[in-house]
Write a protein that binds this ligand. Structure first.
Ligand SMILES: Cc1cc2nc3c(=O)[nH]c(=O)nc-3n(C[C@H](O)[C@H](O)[C@H](O)COP(=O)(O)OP(=O)(O)OC[C@H]3O[C@@H](n4cnc5c(N)ncnc54)[C@H](O)[C@@H]3O)c2cc1C
Length: 398
């Protein structure tokens, strides 16, 4: 049995749930973190952590272990086969971390979990949230643990339970948007790769885009769009994608296959991140194309900001309007990310030869336009969304 009451019930121990729980544990806020799965997921998924996310994660003390277990990459280059079109460097970012950190999501989750445990917190696994009802004092959440049902009362209930969030449904918060037509192939492979491990490369090709990014163990993450991707892409599928879209002069040779997946991308945003006792963060609140590697990053920043907001309300007795401020800041941040990811996806998947030639010419010109490159760098790194990660100062005590 779990406790019958908690101040904050967090549903979902993905990267956002773990981050929020670590923040609350560190601040001494009573909470309960539950997850339906008996063990954490072991698939790689998000592979990038950006500069702004790292500066936010500083608050819970996980930056050092993340950087130690990741690989830093200094350049992002857009290419058309052998021809570079646009190069972005992060060295001049007005931030402490001036690179992209490549680290598989499994490692990120392991680091967050280790930190939560070190702080004395825990994840209650095998606990499924079935539904919830709100009332004046908070919410009652029905959960199932090993075939037994129980109700947990909470003052605040956080949905960190991913795209198909039960908490978002219980709060009746619309999640508007649509699915992209194409599906994405994702694979981690070992290969002879002519561009080495200091660059994330985005290739445009008539057949669609392909992204190649180095991972810490010497492997590479390959992400590509496909009209109709195979359910379980194979080594040959990945080799074919690189042959038809990647470099020609010095082609890639895939030697070993680690993991692959296919997924359909949705583009959706919750109407609000707060409704009464219910709060949303991460994929429960926003989902979009993986172009630009922003999904998990936006969720991690949500979790840090929400941790601060809940601490101020629950521990420090500030009014619950601080939680509205969380929603008012973080929803526009996701809007900006959705717009960036959708622009990148549209540009990358332009159809028709004349349109592609025009796009390539334009990108080569923009490669010399400093303000454009600076804006793109600030957008990709998340640094331009710093103001949307700051809550208003507490009102002065009279
Ligand atoms: C194949 C794939 C590839 C991806 N690639 C990228 C990428 O390259 N870059 C990027 O930035 N992002 C990528 N993403 C997205 C990234 O993985 C998510 O943005 C991130 O995991 C969101 O974290 P989260 O904590 O919000 O939710 P999740 O990671 O989805 O975690 C939700 C948790 O809630 C639990 N849960 C769900 N329902 C319940 C319930 N009813 N009761 C209890 N627990 C529940 C689940 O078990 C899960 O552990 C990818 C996702 C997938 C699936």
């Amino acid at each position: 049995m779990l406790p019958a009451y908690t101040d904050v019930l967090i549903v979902g121990a993905g990267p956002t749930g773990l981050t929020l729980a670590a923040g609350l544990q560190q601040a001494g806020v009573d909470h309960l973190l539950i997850d339906a799965l008996e063990a954490g997921q072991n698939t790689s998924r998000a592979g990038v952590i950006h500069s702004h996310t790292l500066e936010m994660l500083e608050a819970i003390g996980v930056v050092e272990p993340l950087v130690a277990r990741g690989i830093t990459v200094s350049r992002f280059t857009v290419r058309d086969r052998d021809r570079p079109l646009l190069g972005i460097g992060f060295q001049k970012l007005p931030a402490a971390f001036r690179n992209i950190l490549m680290v598989p999501q499994t490692t990120t989750e392991a680091v967050l979990h280790a930190r939560l445990t070190e702080l004395g917190g825990e994840v209650h696994r095998g606990v499924v949230a079935l539904g919830a009802d709100s009332d004046a004092g908070g919410a009652s959440v029905r959960v199932r643990i090993g075939g037994v049902e129980q109700t947990i009362r909470a003052r605040h209930v956080v949905g960190g339970d991913g795209m198909h969030s039960v908490i978002r449904a219980a709060a009746d918060i619309p999640f508007q948007g649509e699915a992209y037509g194409e599906s994405f192939v994702l694979a981690d492979v070992r290969m002879d790769w002519p561009l080495g491990s200091s660059e994330v490369s985005l290739f445009f090709a008539p057949e669609g885009l392909v992204v190649v990014a180095p991972l810490p163990d010497g492997s590479y993450r390959v992400v590509a769009t496909l009209e109709d991707a195979p359910e379980q892409p194979t080594l040959d599928d990945v080799q074919r994608l690189l042959d038809t879209r990647g470099p020609v002069a010095a082609p890639a040779r895939v030697t070993d296959f680690i993991w692959s997946s296919r997924f359909r991308v949705h583009h959706r945003l919750a109407d609000t991140y707060r409704k009464g006792p219910f709060l949303l963060m991460g994929d429960a609140a926003h989902v979009h194309s993986p172009a630009g590697g922003q999904g998990m990053n936006t969720g991690l920043v949500d979790a840090i900001v929400l941790g601060e907001a809940l601490t101020r309300v629950v521990r420090d007795g500030e009014p619950s309007s601080v939680l509205d401020a969380y929603s008012d800041r973080r929803r526009p941040a996701a809007e900006a990310v959705l717009a960036l990811a959708s622009r990148l996806t549209r540009v990358a998947t332009v159809r028709g030869r004349p349109a592609r030639l025009l796009r390539n010419t334009l990108l080569r010109l923009l490669n010399h336009v400093r303000p454009f490159k600076r804006r793109l760098t600030l957008g990709l790194s998340g640094i331009d969304r710093r103001p949307l990660a700051r809550l208003p100062e507490p009102a002065p005590v009279r």
